[in-house]
Design a protein around this ligand. Structure first.
Ligand SMILES: [Zn+2]
Length: 469
């Protein structure tokens, strides 16, 4: 009997990693890193729950760290199978993993300096740049949407991917299992689902139906988003107001998708001449710059209107005044550029990265606006600003918050509650496993699904729990 074991994203959002076992063959759906508070993150350092050398393949839904961040652990520990994903996901995952390895090393060196003084040995980083390069050799030839791949010679197990519309190259994963004896199984893993109507990526492909088993994300299982259109309007107003006041717009942003979307919208405003071509716009994040290049390299995965624009020589990520700042020196020089100016920089939750330097420099000025366009976890600097902190500590210095702090919620790249329900309804599954959600959204979504799928079994799996398919 095939089984599934949930090695992450079970009753929490991060660490997506689900082990499928068919007879003697074992495949992982994603191999993500736990992120967030230490009681969650410490799971990265615990045994993953499988023997890497006994694993036959990993299928990646997309390149976010919480879906690919434990790949270096298994690849450097003897995993010899293939990693299957789309071409953009392979490129994005490698960039994100290398960036993460650098950050882990920096954090380790900083901690070691502090701890050595009191005679304590610092914990080694979770993985190194070298471990990440092990992964590179495991990637199979990239998979196109709709292409059917036979995963094993011995087993009738066919993989195909459809567009999930979440980030560039993100996929919904289908596995068709047709054993010689026993019942066939069609398994669908949603990965992270987009909410549609976005300028860069396509709307999610509706699910094929019926499926026997649906493993579905539940991030927004209890709520809807604010409309994207209203959010863009608000974003535009805030940018224009700040520029009129000769201020600085600071946008802390995630390097994948959000940074490119923000660039796209500012580019539109420039083309509409709402913003003067002389106002400088800095994309001050080497990772976001590299990922922007991946968008251009894999433009066929983008929204058709965007591809049409590119063919008409309307570049989505290039406009007068845009500067890609790659080096630390270039980054420092932004401080001396007179306002008005716009700075887009990581990290998205202001837990590190170059945005902290900009905040230290500009947060105490009344004509600065900080536009928060992404989720801010508890205890992060981003959350403190949203919660109205009067002062914050940055690099050991107390900084008074005089800037205007604006939160715009409609940029989320995840499907809202009603879209998740509709997706499950269309898939007509016999069994549903709800993953990638906090306890409240999971329970809420389970109740809603019971109403619309009365004959389906709806399960909220336990961490490390094993279930029959
Ligand atoms: Zn994601």
């Amino acid at each position: 009997m095939p089984t599934i074991t949930f090695l992450g994203a079970a009753q929490t959002v991060t660490g997506s990693c689900h082990l499928l076992t068919f007879k003697n063959r074992r495949y992982l759906l994603d191999c993500g890193q736990f992120q967030g508070p230490w009681h969650i993150e410490k799971r990265n350092y615990e045994p993953i729950g499988l023997v890497p050398s006994a694993l036959h393949g990993v299928i990646l839904s997309h390149g976010h760290l919480d879906h690919c961040g434990r790949l270096p652990l298994i690849c450097s520990a003897g995993f010899a199978g293939k990693i299957y994903c789309t071409h953009p996901t392979k490129d994005i995952a490698m960039l994100i993993l290398l960036d993460s390895a650098h950050l882990l090393k920096e954090e380790f060196l900083w901690k070691r300096r502090k701890l050595e003084r009191i005679g304590i040995k610092a914990k080694a980083p979770l993985y190194s740049v070298e471990d990440v390069w092990y992964c590179h050799e495991n990637f199979a030839t990239p998979v196109s949407f709709g292409q059917r791949i036979k995963l094993s010679r011995e087993l009738e197990l066919i993989l195909h991917l459809n567009d999930a519309g979440h980030v560039l190259g993100s996929a919904q994963i289908y596995l068709d299992y047709r054993p010689k004896k026993g019942k066939p199984l069609k398994i669908l893993y949603s990965g992270d689902l987009g909410d549609g109507g976005r300028p860069l990526v396509n709307d999610p492909t509706p699910p094929e139906s019926p499926v026997d088993v649906l493993i579905m994300e539940s991030t927004y299982g209890d709520r809807e988003h604010r409309s994207y259109k209203d959010s863009i309007e608000e974003f535009r107003e805030e940018v224009l107001r700040t520029i009129k006041n000769k201020g600085t717009v600071l946008i802390p942003t995630f390097a994948l998708e959000r940074a490119q979307e923000i660039l796209y919208h500012i580019g539109q405003m420039k083309r509409e001449r709402l913003i003067s071509k002389n106002v400088p716009v800095f994309l001050n994040s080497p990772l976001a710059i590299n990922i922007t290049r991946v968008f251009l390299k894999h433009r066929s995965f983008c929204q058709k209107a965007l591809v049409d624009d590119m063919q008409k020589r309307i570049p989505p990520f290039a406009f007068p005044g845009l500067k890609f700042t790659e080096t630390a020196e270039e980054s420092r020089m932004i401080h001396s550029v007179p306002s008005p100016k716009i700075v887009i920089a990581g990290s998205g939750m202001i837990t590190g990265g170059r945005i902290k330097h900009h905040l230290k420099h500009d947060l105490w000025k009344e004509n600065t606006t900080v536009i928060i366009v992404g989720y801010q976890a508890r205890d992060t600097l981003g959350r403190k600003l949203i919660d109205g902190a009067k002062t914050v500590k940055i690099f050991g210095e107390e900084i008074t918050v005089k800037a205007r702090i604006v939160t715009i919620n409609g940029f989320s790249a995840h499907a809202g509650k009603s879209q998740l329900i509709k997706y499950a309804q269309l898939a007509r599954p016999k069994k549903v496993f709800l993953v990638h959600g906090e306890p409240d959204p999971l329970q809420h979504l389970k109740r809603s699904l019971k109403g619309v799928l009365p004959r389906s079994e709806i399960i909220i799996p336990e961490f490390k729990g094993q279930y029959r398919l």
